[in-house]
Design a protein around this ligand. Structure first.
Ligand code: NAD
Length: 330
């Protein structure tokens, strides 16, 4: 039997990526939804054939505990709600996937990890790129030192945040935890960590603002360096003022790079020896199928809460460095 997933928060990622991907999954399916918008209930129910008994709102959500159709709750809410809904889902006896960035702080990550442990449920983070062939090849080339130990990385991830309306949750410090660093920079932290297979020792960061009247609460562009124990230095950038998506690594015997690196599709890669020949896959389907297998076999997620916590630790150090202007230990 396929495991049942309930999506919590029917915004652009749930509607545009996760629900379509759940039409391709082999080990799990879209069994339920949790929404605060009554109008979405009927639209989703009709489109995805979801029975009324599997539709919840934020008030009656906890009664999902009594619903055997739902095995996994997938939290796709703004960041400030990740902790609350992950913990409520675990307490309802459900396994949890929580979107990135995992939470507002390392302290919140700790609460989420321990709640899931206490409930004896698995916790996974929505790190789709761990299941994507080009990114997996970057992990292999880096971690297995195919061209020798990686000495330098450069990576950037961002998009141009257009318009004049800055009321969205992504631009509110309390709701998003920060700006592009939380939203897009987390992929760059991930990329450097999974190419080296190491945790950074220290970071040093600076920021730039061209539209201070728009980015009133959060950063617009951040540049940072990360130093890894094996000697690699990563030069990183994230921005709401530049369309960018690249992950490049240099080693003594060659280089390897993917660009675009972090999107849902159209990724491409090459090494100093030639192009990387990988197929396009639906990353979210692979990610959710892998988690369903983990649940079924009681094995840890490939991208557990601990992985999300490691990134938050680095991100907190980057914010400390932006404040202090100094190198900060991770
Ligand atoms: P969104 O704004 O499109 O959707 C958020 C949803 O949460 C909306 O349906 C909104 O109605 C609902 N919501 C419930 N309570 C809310 C409240 N108090 N304030 C605001 N919204 C509330 O956002 P999104 O782009 O779908 O992002 C949702 C999550 O998914 C975020 O954590 C984001 O980082 C993550 N995400 C991940 C990826 C990825 O590639 N893994 C891509 C996009 C977004």
């Amino acid at each position: 039997k396929k495991l049942g997933i309930a999506l919590v928060g029917l915004g652009s990622y749930a509607g545009g990526q996760l629900a379509p991907a759940l039409q391709e999954t082999k080990n799990c399916y879209l069994a339920g939804i949790v929404t605060g918008t009554p109008a979405k209930e009927k639209i989703w129910a009709d489109k995805y054939n979801i029975p009324q008994k599997n539709i919840y709102n934020y008030q009656d959500f906890d009664s999902i505990a009594d619903n055997p159709d739902i095995d996994i709750v997938y939290v796709v809410l703004p960041v400030f709600l990740h902790k609350e809904y992950t913990i409520r889902a675990a307490k309802a006896g459900k396994h949890v996937i929580c979107e990135k960035p995992m939470a507002l702080s390392v302290a919140e990550c700790d609460e989420m990890i321990s709640a899931c442990k206490q409930a004896n449920r698995l916790l996974s983070i929505g790190y789709r790129l761990h299941f994507e062939p080009f990114n997996k090849e970057m992990m292999r080339l880096g971690q297995q030192k195919v061209y020798g130990p990686v000495t330098a990385i450069h990576s950037s991830n961002g998009f141009v945040y257009g318009g004049t309306d800055n009321s969205a949750w992504r631009l509110k410090k309390k709701l998003a935890g920060g700006g592009p660093l939380m939203d897009m920079g987390v992929y760059v932290v991930q990329g450097a960590r999974y190419v080296t297979g190491e945790e950074p020792l220290w970071v040093k960061a600076r920021q730039e603002k061209t539209r201070p009247e728009f980015f009133t609460e959060v950063e617009e562009t951040v540049y940072w360096q990360m130093a890894f124990p094996g000697g690699c230095i990563a030069n990183c950038k994230t921005s709401y003022n530049e369309n960018a998506s690249i992950l490049h690594a240099d080693a003594p015997k060659g280089w390897f790079e993917i660009s675009p690196a972090y999107g849902y599709g159209g990724l491409a890669g090459k090494t100093s020896q030639g192009p990387m020949p990988f197929p396009h896959i639906t990353q979210q389907a692979a990610q959710m199928d892998a988690f369903a297998t983990a649940v079924r076999t009681s094995t840890p997620s490939i991208v557990p809460g601990e992985e999300g916590r490691k990134d938050m630790k680095v991100i907190e150090a980057i914010y400390r460095s932006l404040d202090s202007g100094q190198q900060e230990k991770v």
